[in-house]
Design a protein around this ligand. Structure first.
Ligand code: 9D3
Length: 459
C-alpha cells in the first residue's frame, strides 16, 4: 500500500513514521510513504504558498495552485482516493481505517495556516477526515495517525499472533487490565485468578473487568454493548431460526438499527447487508424506512417482506434457505488428514471449480484466511470456506475423489476451526438441496423449522 502525503513539512511526516512497526513495514516494502513538498510546486517567487483570505479574517490560507499541481504530479491523472485532514472532516474511526486499507494507493493532503482554498479541495478531495475534537497546528500529525492505523491493517505488517485477535462484539468494550512479571511489585500483587491456570475463570474475570471499566469510562460504548447482549439473549430463544443475526452480532459485524420484542433490523456495513425480521407488514414498512441506502444484500425471515423490499429497493429474491447450525461445542472427528488453510497460490484452482462467486470475492476470502483445502497425494482436490457475512459454504470435491468422506471431512474441519474461535458454525442450505442437508444432519447440525430468503439489488 502506497501513501502520498502532500505537505509543507515532509520531514515531519517521514521522521515520525521511520521507527517501530511502521518503519519496519516500510523496510519490508509492505507499505511505502512518499512525502511531497507542496512548496516545490509554487510558481511564485521566494517559495510563497499562502495568501490572505478574501473577505478578511485572521491568518493566511494555502493557495490553490501549488496544492493542485502537487496533486496532479502525484496522481498523473489517475482517480486516486484523496483524503484531506481537516477539523471540518468526518470523525476518523476504526471503520474508516478499514475502508481506507482496501485501497492500493492513497493521497493525504495536510493543511497548514488556516486551511486551503476551497476550490482545489472541490477538485481533488474524496474524503474529509478529522481525528478528533481538539485543535492541532496542522494536518501532519493527523495524516500520521491515519497512516499508522491503516498500515497495521495491511497483511503482514503485524505478526500473525497480534493480527489473529478475533473480532467479536467484545470489541465494543475497553480492554481489561494486564500484568507481567514480577508477581509482586511494590507490594502490589497480580490478581490471584490470573495465576490459577483456569482459563474459563480467567476469561470470565477479564470480561467482568472490561464491562466495569467501559461502564465507568465510556457509558456510550457500554450501552451499545448491552443492547447487543440483550438482543443476542432474546434471539437465542429461537436459535436455529435466528442464528444468522445472533452470529452477526456475536462476531462484531452487525449493528442494531432497530430492535424490540418482535422486530429486528441489523446492518452489516462490511457486507452492506441488512437482516430483517418483522412481525407484520406494518412493522416491515416501518423498518424499510431505516434501511441504509448503500445496502446491496438483504436477508429476511418472513416471505411477506420479500415484495416490500423488492419494490422499495428494486431487488430480486435469490434463494430460499434452511438454516443449519452447530451449537454443540465438541470438536468433530476429521477422517481425511491432509486439510489446511489455502493461500493466494490456490486461488486459481478455487476460481476454476467454484462458480457461485466472483474471482475477486474468492481471492478476498482466501486472503481473509476463510478457506481450507483437502489435498490428496499433495494435490488440491477440494475446498470449503466461510462467507463474508459468516455462514459456511463453498464446498467442492472433485468427481474423482467422491465417496471418500472428503466433503464431510472438509465441513468438520471448518466447523472445528469456527468453534475454536468461540463462534457458532452455521450454514444456509438452498431449499431442495437434500444431499447437502443430509450431510449437515449427519455431522450433527440442526436445521431451522422455518426458512429465510436472500435478496439482492438488481445491477
Ligand atoms: C480559527 C479557525 N481555526 C479553528 C480553531 C482553524 C484551524 C485550522 C487548521 C484550526 C486548526 C487547524 C489545523 N488542524 C488540522 O489541520 C487538523 C485537525 C485538527 O486540528 N484536529 C483534529 N483533526 C484534524 S485533521 C487536521
Amino acid at each position: 500500500m502506497k501513501f502520498h502525503v502532500l505537505t509543507l513539512f515532509p520531514e515531519m511526516v517521514l521522521s515520525g513514521l521511520r521507527s517501530s512497526i511502521i518503519g519496519r513495514a516500510a523496510e519490508k516494502k509492505l507499505i511505502a510513504i512518499d512525502a511531497v513538498n507542496i512548496r516545490d510546486y509554487t510558481k511564485e517567487r521566494h517559495g510563497k504558498v499562502d495568501d490572505y483570505p478574501y473577505g478578511g479574517g485572521a491568518g493566511m490560507l494555502m493557495q490553490a495552485q501549488p496544492v493542485y499541481d502537487a496533486w496532479q504530479a502525484v496522481t498523473g491523472g489517475r482517480k486516486l482516493r484523496t483524503v484531506y485532514l481537516t477539523p471540518q472532516g468526518e470523525p476518523f474511526t476504526q471503520k474508516t481505517a478499514a475502508r481506507l486499507a482496501g485501497e492500493e494507493e492513497l493521497v493525504l493532503i495536510c493543511g497548514h495556516y488556516e486551511g486551503i482554498d476551497e476550490r482545489v479541495l472541490e477538485e481533488t478531495v474524496t474524503d474529509f477526515i478529522s481525528i478528533g475534537d481538539y485543535v492541532l497546528t496542522g494536518g501532519e500529525l493527523a495524516a500520521m495517525v491515519v497512516i499508522d492505523a491503516v498500515s497495521r491493517l495491511v497483511p503482514g505488517v503485524l505478526s500473525n499472533d497480534a493480527s489473529a485477535e478475533t473480532e467479536s462484539f467484545y470489541n465494543d468494550l475497553l480492554e481489561y487490565p494486564q500484568y507481567s512479571r514480577p508477581e509482586v511489585w511494590r507490594e502490589k500483587k497480580v490478581p490471584d485468578v490470573l495465576l490459577s491456570g483456569d482459563h474459563r475463570k480467567i476469561a470470565a474475570w477479564r470480561l467482568e473487568q472490561s464491562k466495569e471499566r467501559t461502564r465507568r469510562i465510556r457509558p456510550d460504548l457500554y450501552e451499545k454493548y448491552m443492547d447487543k447482549e440483550r438482543l443476542i439473549c432474546r434471539l437465542s430463544k429461537a436459535k436455529r431460526e435466528n442464528i444468522h443475526m445472533i452470529e452477526s452480532l456475536h462476531r462484531g459485524k452487525g449493528e442494531i438499527l432497530y430492535a424490540d420484542e418482535e422486530n429486528v433490523l441489523l446492518y452489516d456495513p462490511g457486507c452492506r447487508l441488512c437482516m430483517i425480521s418483522a412481525k407484520n407488514r406494518e412493522m416491515g414498512q416501518k423498518l424499510l424506512l431505516l434501511i441504509p441506502k448503500d445496502t446491496v444484500l438483504f436477508v429476511t425471515s418472513q416471505s411477506f417482506l420479500n415484495e416490500l423490499i423488492c419494490s422499495g429497493f428494486s431487488c430480486e429474491v435469490y434463494h430460499e434457505c434452511v438454516q443449519v447450525c452447530y451449537p454443540q461445542r465438541q470438536s468433530l472427528p476429521v477422517r481425511h488428514k491432509d486439510i489446511r488453510l489455502l493461500g493466494p497460490e490456490d486461488a486459481e484452482y478455487v476460481i476454476t471449480h467454484y462458480h457461485m462467486g466472483e474471482p475477486e470475492y474468492i481471492r478476498e476470502r482466501i486472503q481473509s484466511r476463510a478457506m481450507y483445502g483437502a489435498f490428496v497425494e499433495g494435490e488440491l482436490k477440494g475446498f470449503v470456506g466461510s462467507h463474508d457475512e459468516g455462514s459456511m459454504g463453498m464446498l467442492f470435491v472433485e468427481d474423482s475423489c467422491r465417496e471418500r468422506g472428503i466433503g464431510a471431512s472438509l465441513e468438520a474441519y471448518n466447523i472445528n476451526r469456527i468453534c475454536e474461535r468461540g463462534f457458532t458454525p452455521y450454514a444456509h442450505i438452498i431449499v431442495g438441496n437434500d444431499v447437502s442437508l443430509s450431510l449437515q444432519r449427519k455431522l450433527g447440525l440442526y436445521a431451522s423449522s422455518g426458512t429465510i430468503w436472500w435478496l439482492g439489488k438488481k445491477e
